[in-house]
Design a protein around this ligand. Structure first.
Ligand SMILES: [Zn+2]
Length: 361
C-alpha cells in the first residue's frame, strides 16, 4: 500500500503531462486550421439565417450564423435563402407566398446592404473570391422551397433579379414542381411538367438546382434534364442514418457522375440515431469521409442548416466551424483536400452552372 502511495505523485504528474501535451497539440492544430482558412475559400451552402435576422425582435446571441459568428468560425461565404412554408396548392395561397417571399428577400438584402464594410451579396463565384480578398463576407440569396413560384415561370426571373442564385425545389411536401422525400405521395413521379420547364429556366438564368428535400425520382429527373451539375445543399448519408431525407450510395454516385456536390448537413436528425449528447463533430466527419471514400473528395462539402435545425455538440453555431478542420486534420486530411471540401468543389459547380447559362445564351 505504502509503495502505491509513493507512486501516486508520479502517476499524477504523468497524467498532467499527457493532458498538457494533448492541449498543446489541440492549440497547434487550431492555429494550423485558422491559417489554412485564411488562404482558402470556406462556404456554407445552407442556413435559415435570413429569416432569423429579419424577424420582429432579433436576439443576435441566439442566431447561429450571424456575421460575427461566421467570421469567428472562418467562414467566407454563407447562403441566406428564404425558407418558405408550404400552403395549399391554390392560386390565392401561391400568390400570397410569392409576395411574402419577395418581401423577406428584400428585407435580408436591406440588412446586408446596410453593412457594406462587413459583407456583400454575392451574385457569382468570382464575387465570393473578390470579397474574400477584401476581407468581406459573401452572402448568397436563394429560396428553400419553390412553392412561391407557383406555376408562373416569370417569377423565377423576378427572384433572380432580387439576387436568387439557388432554389431548393421543394420542402417536405410535394408541390407544383416536384415530389418531396419525406411524405412520398408520388404526385408527379418526379418532376412535374412545370418542374421540367422550371429546371430549364434555372439553367438558362444560371440558378443552381438544389435537390435536398426532393424525392429520389425528382433527383434522377433533374440529373437527366439539367444542363448543369445538380447539388444537395444540406443532406447526409443514408448508409449511416436511414432517414428518408438522406442520400443513398446510388444517389451520391449519380450526383458525382454529373459533376455536382453533396453538402453534408449538421443536424442530429440527419446525422445519427444516437442521443444528442453523443452526436458531435466526429459523427459529422464520418459522413464527410463516407462520401469521400465512395466517390472522391471532389464531391463533398458542407451546408449546416444553422437556424433551421442544424448544429450539434461541439458545433453549436458558426463560430465553431474551424473545429471541423481541426478534426479532419487529425484524421490526416491534406490542405488540398480541405480546400476542396470547404469551397473548391462548390465553386467548381457554381462556375459550371454559370458556364451552362452562358452556353444557352
Ligand atoms: Zn431544409
Amino acid at each position: 500500500m505504502k509503495r502505491c502511495l509513493n507512486l501516486l505523485p508520479a502517476l499524477l504528474l504523468l497524467t498532467a503531462l499527457g493532458f498538457t501535451a494533448q492541449q498543446d497539440e489541440d492549440a497547434m492544430l487550431l492555429r494550423r486550421a485558422e491559417k489554412l482558412h485564411d488562404k482558402i475559400v470556406s462556404i456554407d451552402t445552407h442556413t435559415d439565417t435570413a429569416l432569423a435576422l429579419t424577424g420582429d425582435s432579433v436576439d443576435l446571441a441566439k442566431v447561429q450564423a450571424d456575421f460575427a459568428k461566421l467570421r469567428e468560425g472562418r467562414i467566407d461565404c454563407c447562403f441566406y435563402p428564404v425558407f418558405v412554408d408550404q400552403g395549399p396548392l391554390e392560386d390565392a395561397s401561391r400568390d400570397s407566398a410569392y409576395l411574402w417571399t419577395r418581401g423577406r428577400m428584400e428585407a435580408i438584402r436591406a440588412y446586408i446592404e446596410a453593412r457594406p464594410r462587413e459583407a456583400r451579396i454575392a451574385l457569382g463565384p468570382e464575387d465570393v473570391v473578390k470579397n474574400k480578398k477584401r476581407h468581406r463576407l459573401s452572402l448568397v440569396m436563394g429560396i428553400e422551397n419553390g412553392y412561391p413560384i407557383g406555376r408562373d415561370l416569370g417569377r423565377v426571373k423576378d427572384f433572380y433579379d432580387l439576387g436568387t442564385r439557388i432554389i431548393t425545389l421543394s420542402h417536405n411536401y410535394d408541390n407544383d414542381i416536384c415530389d418531396a422525400s419525406r411524405y412520398p405521395q408520388n404526385t408527379w413521379g418526379g418532376l412535374s411538367p412545370f418542374g421540367k420547364d422550371l429546371v430549364k429556366e434555372m439553367n438558362r438564368l444560371g440558378i443552381i438546382v438544389d435537390c435536398s428535400h426532393a424525392s429520389t425520382s425528382t433527383l434522377y429527373d433533374c440529373l437527366e434534364l439539367s444542363k448543369a451539375p445538380v447539388i444537395c445543399s444540406h443532406s447526409c448519408v443514408y448508409a449511416i442514418k436511414d432517414h428518408p431525407r438522406n442520400l443513398t450510395d446510388d444517389e451520391i454516385r449519380a450526383i458525382a457522375a454529373k459533376g455536382g456536390v453533396i453538402q453534408v448537413t449538421t443536424g442530429r436528425w440527419a446525422l445519427s440515431w444516437l442521443p444528442s449528447p453523443q452526436v458531435d463533430i466526429g459523427v459529422f466527419c464520418d459522413h464527410v469521409e463516407y462520401i469521400r471514400n465512395l466517390v472522391g473528395v471532389e464531391y463533398v462539402g458542407i451546408g449546416t442548416d444553422f437556424d433551421g435545425g442544424g448544429g450539434m455538440k461541439e458545433l453549436e453555431d458558426a463560430s465553431r466551424m474551424k473545429y471541423i478542420t481541426v478534426e479532419l486534420m487529425r484524421r490526416g486530411w491534406t490542405d488540398r483536400e480541405l480546400e476542396l471540401f470547404w469551397g473548391g468543389n462548390f465553386l467548381r459547380v457554381w462556375r459550371a452552372v454559370e458556364k451552362a447559362a452562358e452556353t444557352a445564351k
